[in-house]
Design a protein around this ligand. Structure first.
Ligand code: ZN
Length: 116
């Protein structure tokens, strides 16, 4: 198993793919950003990142997760992206389920069927 260390405190992270921060650091940074936004709601993600020294990718992630409420157009875009992704994922799941229910012959036909 690949060993991963927290980007911030260098503590070991256990089997958490796509995560670069330990729980503790993530919470600390989150609180820092949240506090900053409460006082500076109009700052851009870039400005927030610079002022709080928290990487933009984390700020964007929290916005997408709905944990940070930021009203700038940039943040709105991030939220829309997240919603789009969720929608696509839901659509995909639905398609998979439908295909699984259909008999295999029907499935082959369906593949070349164009929607009107
Ligand atoms: Zn850490």
């Amino acid at each position: 198993m690949e060993e991963t260390l927290c980007e911030r405190c260098k503590n070991e992270l256990f089997s958490q793919a796509n995560r670069k921060l330990c729980e503790k650091c993530a919470e600390q940074l989150f609180e820092k950003v949240k506090g900053f936004i409460a006082e500076n709601p109009d700052n851009s993600i870039k400005e927030i990142a610079e002022q709080t020294e928290v990487e933009k990718k984390y700020i964007k992630k929290w916005i997408r997760e709905g944990r940070l409420e930021l009203m700038t157009p940039e943040a709105k875009k991030e939220r829309e992206k997240a919603l789009d992704f969720q929608k696509q994922f839901a659509d995909l799941k639905e398609t998979e389920q439908k295909e699984a229910q259909e008999p295999s012959q029907e499935k082959e036909k369906g593949r070349f069927h164009t929607r009107k």
